[in-house]
Design a protein around this ligand. Structure first.
Ligand SMILES: O=C(O)CCC(=O)c1ccccc1C(=O)O
Ligand SMILES: [Mg+2]
Length: 361
């Protein structure tokens, strides 16, 4: 905060939104057919054309607080912000999606005031042009899966993440086999089972996935199964297949995962962790512990998605991230400032998030 910019003058407004998905997104823990949340705007009360900051609070069942708890938290924050940003953050401390929306709007405003792109404000690091991203392929039939993956490769993706776990494990192995056949040996394939498997099923999948050159298996067992994931790694069934924890990170935290040696990589969803500032700190700690951080969205609107893109750009040597989720939405909050090109997200270099025109319409 520079001199002469008085935090006590900040105002917070929020508006509900509902975005339909292009097609229902099938995962092992349910179908997502719309994303409902709140667009957040922070402005300086006094000045007409002073900079503003945008944020997005999009709760998702099973991952964040409820829609109504999110709204109540934003209402508290809009009162508390009269006492400054710290008081507002305190008012949403327990509601991760609301905190995400507030913290993103504050960071967008601060970076905009400094004329710095958000990722440099957040990470204090070097300029970054691009971040590699994966295509996200829903849990469809073997034919649909192979077709969607090959279309993604045709659009320039080098990495595809296949959702899995809705059918029996042999069917998922068949989906991966068909996909590998179609995309050839040079495309990186990952699988996300969203907690669907027993230990025996996961062990079967891992062995087959090693042969099919799958690079990452995400959350094969329930979130609680820290020892189970550690055993999967220790049993060395999936030679070369990294184990990533997503739901498990939210349940246990990094230290317990590291202590148990339960993962090679962890998935960071800013919406579920309470904001890109929190996620950035977790990422730094993850790398310190020699685990790999992978940033993804919860199929967010353009404001939160662009925040996640900036977060990924602030993490040194980040691997392909699950940020190519715009196409899963039928509609969006506004124009997307992030181009996808040859399997990478092109990072916006304008000040702040680089989001415009989301409030006027
Ligand atoms: O990581 C990706 O490619 C996209 C994000 C994704 O899969 C996802 C989207 C919404 C909710 C949960 C998840 C998940 O990673 O489990
Ligand atoms: Mg996941």
């Amino acid at each position: 905060m520079r001199d002469g910019e008085d935090d006590s003058e900040l105002t917070l407004e929020y508006r509900p939104f509902s975005l339909d998905l292009a097609d229902p997104f099938e995962t092992a823990d349910g179908t997502i057919d719309s994303r409902d949340g709140f667009l957040v705007r922070i402005a300086t009360a006094s000045a007409e054309d002073a900079p503003v900051g945008y944020g997005e609070a999009a709760p998702l069942q099973g991952w964040t607080e409820s829609h109504s708890d999110c709204e109540a938290a934003l209402e508290r924050a809009s009162d508390a912000i009269r006492s400054g940003p710290a008081a507002a953050l305190e008012a949403v401390d327990e509601q991760v999606a609301a905190r995400h929306g507030l913290a993103l709007a504050l960071a967008d405003l601060a970076a905009t005031r400094e004329s710095t792109p958000l990722y440099r404000y957040v990470g204090q690091g070097p300029m970054v042009g691009r971040v590699p991203v994966n295509a996200t392929v829903g849990d469809g039939s073997p034919t649909e899966t192979a077709r969607e993956a090959s279309e993604a490769v045709g659009r320039g993706f080098h990495t595809c993440k296949l959702k899995a776990g809705r059918r029996d494990v042999d069917a998922d192995i068949e989906r991966v086999r068909r996909t590998r056949e179609v995309v050839g040996p040079d495309v990186e394939l990952r699988v996300d089972a969203n907690e669907a498997w027993t230990y025996a099923e996961a062990a079967t999948a891992l062995e087959a996935f090693a042969d099919l050159d799958v690079s990452v298996l995400e959350q094969p067992l329930p979130a609680g199964a820290l020892e189970g994931h550690a055993d999967l790694r220790a049993d060395d069934l999936g030679d070369g297949v990294a184990i990533a924890l997503d739901e498990g990170l939210l349940e246990h935290g990094i230290d317990a995962i590291c202590e148990a040696e339960a993962a090679d990589a962890v998935v960071l969803k800013p919406m579920a962790l309470g904001g890109i500032d929190v996620a950035r700190k977790v990422a730094a700690w993850v790398q310190e512990l020699e685990l790999v951080p992978i940033v993804t969205t919860t199929i967010d609107g353009v404001v939160a998605r662009t925040g996640a893109v900036h977060l990924a750009a602030s993490i040194p040597d980040v691997p392909a991230c699950g940020l190519a989720t715009a196409g899963l939405l039928a509609e969006d909050l506004g124009r997307d400032p992030v181009l996808l090109e040859k399997g990478s997200a092109v990072i916006p270099q304008t000040k702040g998030l680089g989001i415009e025109g989301v409030w006027e319409e």
